[in-house]
Design a protein around this ligand. Structure first.
Ligand SMILES: Nc1ncnc2c1ncn2[C@@H]1O[C@H](COP(=O)(O)OP(=O)(O)OP(=O)(O)O)[C@@H](O)[C@H]1O
Ligand SMILES: [Mg+2]
Length: 462
């Protein structure tokens, strides 16, 4: 029997893990890019601000009051340091109040007036560029009074931005490099994570279909509930099977015995009665009991075959010897009706791997049909040989044969349209077909060459 495949949920755990791992890593790379960029910008801005601050102070320090007015020594070395980070442009202005003394006009002014100790830093737009500026105030005696000179120094930060971007880009590339390493790592990790599940599945699959012991395979903690439920299920199944077995055997005992007792009693009463009406009634009774007893037997045999197909414990069986023994058991019935049973190929042993009891029930049903549907003084031929790599048992009779209108005679309770005069329950061939299927053999029933029927049972050879 093919095991039923579970309905796949449409995703693979392994693939999902890998994708999640890769997506997470990509997210981390993007986060790394921005984090590095932010940190690089902050670090370089802090150091650039320190230089800018020092520069604006030294520009402030270069202001001197001379007789003619003001003199300014521009500290070129400081300016060149400012430009060293990249091709930065530098702007400066000296203003007294709103009056520009020297430098670039209309530079962005600080948000609040700086003092003369520490510069004020701020950003602003000037001539289509973003500037970072520092401003400081110097007090100079001019025209006989102290005047405040606002010194402003600005620089573009293009070079700094480029450096920060380059650093972040390098970090991103390193991150992507790690990602390339991470993909095989993710594959390996997911395989390692899934491996216990695979091992468990293998362990369960390796056991035979009828091995109903609980699963004791070492299980990861997360799978313990699943295996627990599986074991519960196995225990329930075992219980149900045990119950079925008990039921079949008890039913067999409790139904067969009283029925045969009633039948014997009825037959004895029939023998002892001379009243025709009573005799006719008793005859109907015996027939009805016969039918019920037959049905009960067939139903129980069918249940037994179904049950044993589930368990399916096979041993090496000699098909020829078993057939001979079943033949012997039906011989008295054949003799009673003067039917000759001819056999061929039953002297040579024919080992098959089978459940002996199931095969025996199948053989009994086939022979029962051959005798039951044969006319008296006919012949039944039994032949055992090998064909299609299997043992082939052919049982041919010369009876009434099959009606052309009948099909699917192996179905449950299916009887032929030409056999209503003969007692039967329609389960015999269902049993035979079930036995053949359980053994991976096959069964066919065809009309005989000239008359009668020909039943063929194939069983795989050992
Ligand atoms: N050898 C045969 N000759 C003619 N008809 C047969 C033969 N074997 C089986 N059949 C037909 O197949 C039908 C099904 O057979 P099956 O053995 O399943 O049931 P049954 O013999 O009627 O009842 P039982 O369950 O008591 O055996 C029969 O009713 C009969 O019509
Ligand atoms: Mg039958």
């Amino acid at each position: 029997m093919r095991p039923l495949q579970p309905r796949p949920a449409g995703f693979s755990l392994r693939r999902r893990l890998v994708w999640q791992f890769v997506a997470l890593f990509l997210l981390l790379v993007v986060a790394l890019f921005f984090a590095v960029r932010f940190a690089a910008e902050r670090a370089s801005r802090a150091s650039q601000d320190a230089i800018l601050g020092a520069a604006v102070i030294s520009v402030g320090d270069g202001i001197r009051a001379v007789d003619e007015g003001l003199a300014l020594d521009l500290p070129y070395a400081t300016f060149s340091m400012l430009g060293a980070m990249g091709d930065e442009r530098i702007f400066y202005s000296l203003m007294i109040g709103d009056r520009l003394v020297t430098g670039y006009p209309a530079l962005p002014q600080p948000p609040h007036a700086p003092d003369d100790l520490s510069p004020v830093f701020y950003s602003g737009d000037y001539q289509d560029s973003r500037l970072r500026l520092a401003a400081i105030t110097r007090r100079v005696r001019l025209d006989n009074r102290m005047q405040e000179i606002a010194v402003t120094l600005g620089q573009t930060r293009d070079g700094q931005a480029t450096i920060a971007r380059d650093t972040a880009r390098s970090a991103a590339w390193i991150g992507l490099g790690f990602l390339a390493l991470a993909v095989p790592l993710a594959l390996w990790t997911t395989r390692a994570v899934i491996r216990p599940v695979d091992r468990l599945a293998e362990a369960v699959a390796r056991r035979g279909p009828h091995d109903l012991r609980p699963v004791r395979h070492p299980t990861p903690r997360e799978l313990v509930p699943l295996v627990g439920s599986l074991n519960d299920f196995i225990a329930r199944l075992r219980g149900a099977l045990k119950l079925t077995e008990t039921f079949i055997f008890e039913a067999a005992h409790r139904i067969r015995t009283p029925l045969s007792l009633v039948r014997t009693e009825a037959e004895m009463a029939l023998a002892e009665t001379s009243d025709e009406v009573t005799r006719a009634r008793l005859r109907r009774m015996v027939r009805a009991i016969g039918e019920s007893s037959r049905s009960a037997n067939q139903i129980l045999d069918h249940a037994m075959v179904l049950y044993r197909s589930e368990q399916f414990l096979t041993t090496q069986v000699d098909f020829a010897m078993l057939t001979r023994s079943v033949l012997r058991s039906v011989q008295p019935i054949a003799e009673m009706r003067d039917i000759e049973i001819l056999n061929e190929g039953l002297d040579e042993s024919c080992p098959v791997q089978a459940d002996e009891r199931m095969i025996e029930v199948a053989l009994r049903n086939l022979l029962d049909n051959a005798l039951k549907y044969s006319r008296s003084e006919g012949q039944v031929r039994i032949r055992l040989d090998k064909a299609e790599g299997m043992a082939r048992l052919t049982i041919t009779d010369e009876g009434r044969g099959l009606s052309a209108s009948d099909s699917n005679l192996t179905a449950r309770f299916q009887r032929g349209s030409n056999v209503s005069d003969i007692v039967g329950s329609g389960l015999g061939l269902t049993i035979v077909a079930g036995v053949a299927a359980a053994h991976r053999g096959k069964f066919t029933l065809e009309p005989g060459k000239e008359k009668g029927a020909c039943a063929i049972l194939f069983l795989p050879l050992l």
